[in-house]
Design a protein around this ligand. Structure first.
Ligand code: 1HN
Length: 356
């Protein structure tokens, strides 16, 4: 019988196989002592056929988030915490302070009369205002007063502090590139002696000087936007106009990209953002891209299907779609979705891809 014959000692194959495996294992053990390891054992992990992510789709409902972050208001002051932020941790990346592999996301809350002291760091931040009105972020001597839907930028190494002179709590979404900066092990940061920085520019200067279709003569084009606040009051009418005139992307809805007015590039070299209006009843076409994306619902109600999962969202909910996961949006009502990702960083490196 063929099988019995193959098992006979001296016949060859199984023993030789056993021998070579034993020899390989002994060899791997020897080279391990020299801090070396064979590529052929890890090749498919190092170079998978398509993107692999530990990040999972997830949604944070604002009703829960607000109640929990308000509770923190009774436990620690903004000044003591430096930043009173609850981190939105991807359930696939617990303990890693991140919502995607490259992005930090959190909900910050400032009570009336509070300040969050001045500091600066290499990580850049994007803030998307969810609730409250009249608190400010001071960035490099200019105060940006915030209202829901506003989008505020703190670039790499820009000094910033926050204050809430209004009579209501103020809540916003913070998204930072900190995990990406830390991947490169390039993080620096420092606090300032004075908790607030002196105001050296008029409120609204950056938007007025750089965001109005003219530029100061001789303005330099830099790799990040000179505008610190993109107000909802100015951006929303643009996507509404696009929607009414039928300029609706089949995947993303009526969508604009936040741009650096000095060169048309992304607002930051590491992170970019979009604002999209979806008409009532919109059912988007399937889409995927290599940039894991954080969404915040500014208006309306709907769902986003990611692979086989359905994320339900309404106003101020935050949700995340992992890299290269296929998704599509459904809008139960006319809705506005803000989104942010590391796409500019990927594009700069030539590694960004999108598909159906
Ligand atoms: C930070 O500086 C702020 O300035 C918010 O408001 C969140 C998360 C990680 C590191 C620094 C802020 C932050 C942060």
């Amino acid at each position: 019988m063929a099988v019995a014959a193959a098992k006979k000692p001296g016949n060859g194959a199984p023993d030789r196989k056993h021998n070579i495996e034993t020899m390989r294992e002994a060899y791997y053990a020897r080279i391990a002592k020299h801090a070396m390891t064979p590529l052929w054992k890890v090749m498919s992990t190092l170079v998978p056929d398509e993107p692999v992510t530990r990040c999972v789709p997830a949604v944070w409902h604002f009703d829960d988030v607000k109640a929990l972050v308000m509770e923190a208001g009774g436990l620690i002051t903004a000044e003591e915490a430096k930043r009173r932020v609850l981190i939105l941790e991807n359930p696939g990346l617990r303990g890693e302070s991140r919502i995607t592999n490259t992005l930090f996301a959190g909900i910050q809350m400032l009570l009336p009369g509070e300040i969050a002291p001045a500091h600066r760091h290499v990580s850049s931040a994007i803030r998307f205002v969810l609730d409250g009105e009249g608190a400010y972020t001071a960035v490099e001597g200019e105060k940006a007063f915030m209202a829901p839907g506003d989008f505020v930028i703190t670039a790499n190494w820009a000094a910033h502090d926050h204050g809430n002179p209004s009579d209501k709590p103020m809540l916003w979404l913070d998204v930072l590139d900190a995990p990406a900066v830390n991947f490169f092990e390039t993080s620096f940061g420092e606090d300032f002696e004075s908790p607030t920085q002196p105001t050296t520019r008029q409120d609204g200067d950056s938007l007025s000087l750089y965001g109005s279709g003219v530029l100061p003569d001789g303005a330099l084009s830099v790799n990040r936007t000179p505008v610190i606040n993109y107000t909802y009051a100015r951006t929303r009418p643009i996507i509404e106009r696009m929607l009414r005139s039928g300029e609706i992307d089949k995947r993303h809805g009526a969508r604009v990209r936040y741009a650096n007015p000095s060169n048309g590039g992304p607002v930051l070299p590491t992170m970019g953002a979009h604002l999209a209006m979806l008409p009532k009843g919109f059912r988007g076409e399937h889409y995927r891209s290599t940039d894991g994306t954080v969404f915040a619902c500014a208006e309306g109600r709907g769902t986003t299907n990611v692979d086989s999962e359905v994320l339900e969202w309404r106003c101020n909910d935050v949700f995340v779609v992992p890299p290269w996961k296929r998704y599509f949006h459904n809008a139960a009502e006319q809705s506005v979705l803000f989104s942010i990702s590391d796409r500019p960083a990927q594009e700069a490196l030539g590694i960004w891809r999108e598909g159906k």
